[in-house]
Write a protein that binds this ligand. Structure first.
Ligand code: DGY
Length: 329
């Protein structure tokens, strides 16, 4: 049995799972529809055995110490866990879990939606129409760039990158990728992808889409130097984590025509968006909704809850990101 704190209202499936588990002695939920203030968060986790957290919470040494030595698990309701200091958790024997797999296809759908929307200037087109500016059909109105038959460069080739590659195949695209580790030949053949270095990816791609995790190596990996290596007709898409991109430099590249357009779901300092980026009409901007479908968010909540239940039952959770902690138990 254990006490559980949930840092925000999450889909009901996750809450029901915790309530029916038979191992939760006390369940408290931060019910406000806003990010829990840090001092309230630290006070709320004191004495709990498990926390179901979302990516707006910083899970660091101070958080773990505020919870106390009885804390067993923090289940992050996201596949990315760059908001968590995993080393600090491991040092304190706290298991960290994430929610991989269930959001792969949903996030790939959004990445592809941004590719389509940015290439075909859909946001700009809608704004043009709604503003009443459209007076007649014109041969030169809102000309975009093609998607079909073009070269797509995937920076990062994990589950989501591969799911985007499968979609791109249907559009007859040539697909290049760059990744820490190369896929094996059979996987490359099945996906129809070619492994290249970053410089080749930037030089040859018509569309560059990011699918790497945020790590010390990828932080700031895309700035003006990279955009200048891309084609002036290139479209840049980011659905992974904002800090992989130097946002001010992306805004400058879009403003000055260094690249053609961008489709973004994530930002360097969410929810703040660089004002110059907001001013760029050649961008399609979404508020970090990559995994935001009813079904997928329900599954993510259920997985995070199941990971907590497993730990409270003394079992290994399915999605530990620091399994060393389990080995030490
Ligand atoms: C994740 O799971 O990391 C996503 O960014 C949430 O949509």
């Amino acid at each position: 049995m254990g006490k559980v704190f949930v840092t925000r209202r999450i889909p009901e499936r996750g809450i029901e799972l915790l309530q029916r588990s038979g191992v939760v002695s006390e369940l408290r939920i931060y019910e406000e529809d806003r990010v829990i203030p840090r001092d309230e968060l630290l006070a709320s986790v004191a004495g709990v055995d498990a926390v179901l957290a979302i990516l707006t919470e910083r899970i660091d040494g101070a958080f773990l110490d505020a919870a106390g030595p009885q804390l067993k698990v923090v289940a992050n309701m996201a596949v990315g866990y760059d908001n968590v200091d995993v080393a600090a958790a491991t040092a304190r024997g706290v298991i960290i879990t994430n929610t991989p797999g269930v959001l792969t296809e949903t996030t790939a759908d959004l990445a592809f939606a941004l590719i389509l929307a940015a290439c075909r200037r859909l946001s700009e087109s809608e704004h043009y129409l709604r503003s009443g500016a459209w007076k007649f059909w014109s041969p030169t109105l809102l000309l975009g760039v093609d998607i079909h038959g073009q070269t797509l460069g995937l920076f990062g080739m994990g589950r989501i990158g591969q799911a985007v590659a499968r979609r791109a195949k249907g559009f007859g695209m040539r697909i290049l990728y760059c990744n820490r580790t190369r896929l094996d030949a059979a996987e490359e053949q099945a996906l129809g992808v070619n492994y290249v270095d970053k410089a080749t990816l930037l030089r040859e791609s018509d569309i560059v889409s990011l699918h790497c995790p945020l790590t010390p190596e990828t932080r700031g990996a895309f700035g003006l130097a990279e955009f200048r290596q891309m084609k002036p007709t290139a479209v840049f898409v980011n659905t992974t984590r904002g800090p992989v991109v130097k946002e001010a430099e992306l805004a400058a590249a879009l403003r000055d025509g260094v690249i053609f357009a961008a489709g973004l779901d994530v930002y360097e300092n969410e929810p703040q968006i660089h004002p110059e980026l907001l001013a760029c009409t050649n961008t399609v901007l979404a508020p970090h909704i990559g995994s935001a479908t009813q079904d997928t968010r329900g599954k993510m909540a259920a997985i995070a809850a199941s990971n907590i239940v497993a730990v409270l039952k003394g079992e290994a959770p399915l999605n530990a990101v620091n399994p060393d902690v389990l080995a030490g138990r």
